[in-house]
Design a protein around this ligand. Structure first.
Ligand code: ATP
Ligand code: MG
Length: 271
């Protein structure tokens, strides 16, 4: 199996990560890994802990306890800076882009290419923006690096955010519900970008509510339930999106349907 291959590079691994807010455990001991070149689908109901997990991966929230390993090496003092150094970039929903600005300005925002006396290397930025747009599969002839992001569709905006993450040297791009507000056509665009990113050897953690979306794009699924991993399965181990949905309904309402797999408290692999 690909993910068990000893040659696979482990980008990041979380071990027994807990996060409590007062008496409430948002995460109650989560194990999660992302390897190079895979798309991991993270799913779970409202309040399952998805956002908390993303915030921990991006270093904006400190875990209460647990271990974080980058390329198999434990990291102490995990922070937003450490997360960036590890090549992790998160595209947070809604807050990602300045819609009144051009694509090129959005890609380089905060990291402008400057030369002598701090002058912007505008031509270099445009060249680089075109290259990034091509790399992620931005095939629309209508849009150039000068297009205003507000004129782009939802899926294309996700593409700009992904291009920006790649410019920031991301090895792992975390997409927080990137298709939630999108039509089928726009979702297909985002999937196209995600597949391009995977083909370039980068990894994606794809968070979603819509199991069908996650099912179509992910190589591996991780189901969170009330702060714990209830299931982790490779694509080949799950027959259909319905099987995943049934499983999630079963963990939400235990004792409902017989014959479904469970992993117990630690969230080990099923089977
Ligand atoms: N800053 C906070 N203070 C207190 N409780 C919090 C805080 N952040 C999250 N929680 C709690 O932790 C649990 C997990 O929340 P989280 O936002 O991670 O879930 P989620 O899976 O992202 O849900 P959703 O699908 O609704 O976005 C929830 O019970 C939530 O109320
Ligand atoms: Mg959330």
């Amino acid at each position: 199996m690909k993910s068990e291959d000893p040659m696979t590079e482990r980008i990041i691994e979380l071990r027994d990560i807990k996060k409590s807010y007062g008496q409430v455990y948002a995460l109650g001991g989560v194990n999660l890994r992302v390897d190079r070149g895979e798309v991991v689908g993270l799913i779970g109901d409202n309040g399952a802990g998805k956002s908390t997990l993303i915030k921990i991966l991006s270093g904006v929230v400190r875990p209460t306890s647990g271990e974080i390993l980058v390329r198999d090496r434990p990291v102490s003092g995990w922070s937003a800076a450490r997360s960036r150094e590890a090549g992790i970039e998160t595209v947070f929903q809604d807050r990602a882009l300045a819609v009144q600005q051009t694509i090129v300005r959005n890609i380089f925002m905060g990291r402008e290419l400057t030369g002598f006396m701090g002058w912007l290397k505008v031509n270099k930025e445009i060249e680089e923006a075109s290259r990034l747009m091509r790399e992620i599969g931005f095939t629309s002839k209508v849009f150039t690096p000068h297009s205003i992001v507000g004129q782009l569709s939802g899926g294309e905006r996700q593409g700009v955010a992904i291009a920006r993450a790649i410019y920031k040297q991301a090895e792992l791009i975390i997409l927080d519900e990137p298709t939630t507000a999108l039509s089928l056509t726009e979702t297909a665009k985002v999937f196209h970008f995600v597949r391009q990113v995977r083909a370039s050897g980068r990894s994606i953690l794809f968070i979603g509510h819509n199991i069908h979306h996650v099912f179509d794009i992910a190589d591996r699924f991780v189901v969170l339930d009330r702060g714990k991993v209830a299931l982790t399965a490779d694509r080949g181990e799950v027959k259909s999106a319905e099987e995943l949905i049934n499983f999630m309904e079963d963990v939400a309402h235990p004792g409902g349907l017989p014959g479904l797999h469970e992993t117990g408290e630690t969230g080990q692999r099923v089977r």
